[in-house]
Design a protein around this ligand. Structure first.
Ligand code: URA
Length: 232
């Protein structure tokens, strides 16, 4: 792909602006040589304004989503995209979240521009477990684990029972729940169906991939080993 299109598709500017940047010598290789529009320099050796270019398409990011941010790129209020560099919103192909977390849910949120990867993560066939920690308004009554694991639990206005989910009681108002599907507001609705109320919810893992070292609001680009952890 021509350099101008490649850089413009990463969101650094319009094609005109990138042509100008090349003419001004802002696009170089790691040795500081100015690149021309027809240069064939490998992606990883290209610098824009002395900084390595953002990753090529096929990228997967993990964010520790803070509470209060919406998983959308056009709603009102604070959006998860506000936590990424502005140019990421202009990438082509576009960067989307892999599934969503509610505005008031925190924790592990994946993004990708790779449709095949996205479908692999959300496909029921992949059976990627998602682990949530919930703080509750009232003490657990002791029956929730069996109900959630039964494979027969029905949520209001749904036609199919929930797949079995595993509950681990951490203390009387704190539980870890592992889901193997992702229905709308699923964790909150499951506890609501038992007469309880989730006051705090966070997702700690997607597959075996956790948030180790990522503070709320921080994100990182996943390497191949980290991506593989999602399916393990
Ligand atoms: N279940 C919920 O209720 N909310 C989320 O954000 C994710 C799972």
């Amino acid at each position: 792909m021509r350099l101008v299109k490649l850089i413009a598709n990463l969101g650094y500017g319009s094609r005109k602006e990138i042509q100008m940047a090349i003419r001004n010598g802002w696009v170089t290789d790691r040795q500081g040589n100015r690149l021309k529009a027809d240069s064939k320099t490998p992606h990883e050796d290209i610098l824009f304004d002395d900084e390595p270019l953002d990753p090529a398409p096929g990228v997967v990011l993990l964010m520790n989503k803070p509470e209060g941010y919406t998983c959308s790129n056009k709603d009102q209020g604070r959006l998860v995209y506000d936590l990424l560099p502005d140019r990421f919103r202009m990438r082509k192909p576009a960067l989307s979240t892999i599934g969503r977390l509610d505005k008031e849910t925190s924790g592990a949120l994946l993004f990708t521009d790779d449709g095949t990867f996205l479908h692999r993560v959300i496909s029921p066939k992949s059976e990627v477990p998602k682990v949530y920690e919930a703080r509750l308004d009232r003490p657990l009554n002791g029956d929730e684990g069996a109900l959630f694991a039964s494979g027969e639990m029905m949520l209001e206005s749904e036609e199919k029972p929930l797949k079995p989910a595993e509950l681990e009681v951490l203390d009387e108002t704190h539980a870890r729940l592992t889901l193997h599907e992702g229905r709308y507001h699923q964790v909150r609705r499951m506890f609501a169906a038992t007469g309880n109320h989730v006051t705090e919810l966070s997702r700690s893992r997607v597959g075996s991939l956790g948030l180790e070292g990522l503070a709320p609001g921080e994100w990182k680009i996943l390497d191949d080993d980290e991506k593989a952890l999602i399916f393990r």
